[in-house]
Ligand binder design. Structure first.
Ligand SMILES: Cc1ncc(COP(=O)(O)O)c(C=O)c1O
Length: 369
């Protein structure tokens, strides 16, 4: 008899999101050793799938052990060297975390701050990058704390003009919306498995451009986290297959299956499905007389919707009722947006008309509409 018996939940929050049955089935398969040839076949399959999802030809593309924050820390400890200038475009909680990590690793962090919920224009990023002359630039593509999508094209263009590398947080975007790492010019992108990929948390997909790899190879100081040293990880997941750590085999199975589901649907179809459900979600919200937190539709993250909590509606009580009566999880805001917004993820297996109708049915009842 199993002792684990979790309640049935519909994960309409920012993540973890609903996991497909096939991914659960993959996780029930027997583990092999972390140096078994089969494991490396799985690793190679994952690398291929991730290149598609990220839109990149980068040879150095892999899933590393740990959640999205591990990807963030790997990017920062390998590419924002101690003493070097690390400029971060900051308008939310996760960009703030990038600044914190940069400072902990001894980089000279320069923050370009805006109030949470805003974004940087092409002119602003260009002016700031040319003025600050950083070695590395960081930005969050999909800022989960506010619901804002920050396009990185102008950031990458200006950064490359001065020889800087660009780190993009794609934790919420991968697998649900178009990233186009090569097209945008991102040098280092990291993500997670538990949002747009609809797998369980545990791995952080990362991809690194050839120019960033050149810079890493030329680096003389060692990154201060052994576990996330990408050159060492390359000796494990790359050609040499040398032991570095014991990879969490089951989560690799899950990601392989999640990527297979993505490929079967087709990335473009999957992105279109998320966009379609987002539009229907917004229409549903507006029909209830509610407002989206991000006023400009083109700046909204399609798979993570932030809705302004109307006057007289209790944030905690609403979320509690949704969870207790319908098994629906949504999230609230944090920092300056605490108590002001609901964060609703429409992702993976829940991004369907049927599941959206189920959500609105419950949401309306709880709001007394
Ligand atoms: C944009 C963004 N970056 C980083 C993280 C951190 O990822 P994790 O919680 O998987 O460590 C999150 C998590 O929600 C996120 O939304």
């Amino acid at each position: 008899m199993l002792t684990v018996n979790p309640p049935k939940r519909f994960l309409f929050g920012p993540g973890p999101t609903q996991v497909a049955d096939r991914v659960y089935d993959a996780m029930r398969q027997p583990i092999v050793g972390h140096l078994d040839p089969y494991f490396f076949e799985v690793v190679q399959d994952i690398q291929k799938g991730l290149r598609t999802a990220y839109g990149t030809a980068n040879d150095f593309t892999m899933a590393i052990s740990g959640t999205g924050s591990a990807g963030m820390e790997a990017a920062i400890t390998n590419f924002a060297e101690p003493g070097s200038k690390f400029l971060v475009f900051n308008a939310g909680y996760f960009a703030d975390r990038m600044c914190d990590m940069g400072a902990r690793h001894g980089a000279q962090v320069v923050r370009a701050d805006k109030p949470w919920g805003e974004w940087f224009t092409d002119e602003e990023v260009r002016e700031i990058i040319l003025r600050e002359q950083p070695a590395t630039v960081g930005f969050v593509h999909a800022e989960t704390s506010t619901g804002v999508l920050q396009d990185g094209t102008a950031i990458c263009k200006a950064a490359h003009e001065i020889g800087a590398l660009v780190i993009a947080d794609c934790v919420t975007s991968l697998g649900a919306l178009h990233i186009g790492v090569d097209e945008m010019g991102i040098d280092i992108a990291y993500s997670c498995t538990q949002k747009g990929m609809s797998c369980p948390p545990g791995l952080s997909p990362i991809t690194v451009s050839p120019r960033a790899m050149d810079r890493l190879r030329a680096r003389t100081s060692t990154p201060d986290i052994w576990y996330l040293d990408l050159k060492l990880l390359d000796t494990y997941y790359g050609q040499a297959h040398r032991y570095h750590h014991t990879a969490p085999i089951t989560t690799f199975y899950a990601l392989k299956e999640g990527l297979a589901l993505m490929n079967e649907e087709g990335l473009d179809n999957r992105i279109a499905r998320h966009l379609d459900m987002h539009k229907k979600f917004v229409a549903g919200v507006e029909a209830l007389g509610l407002k989206m937190n991000v006023p400009d539709p083109s700046r909204r993250i399609p798979n993570l919707n932030t809705v302004v909590i109307p006057e007289g509606v209790d944030d905690l009580a609403t979320r509690k009722q949704l969870l207790n009566e319908y098994g629906i999880e949504i999230s609230g805001g944090f920092g300056p947006l605490a108590g002001k917004i609901f964060r609703v993820g429409i992702m993976g297996p829940l991004a369907t008309e049927e599941k959206l109708a189920f959500f609105f049915d419950a949401f309306k009842k709880v709001l007394g509409k």
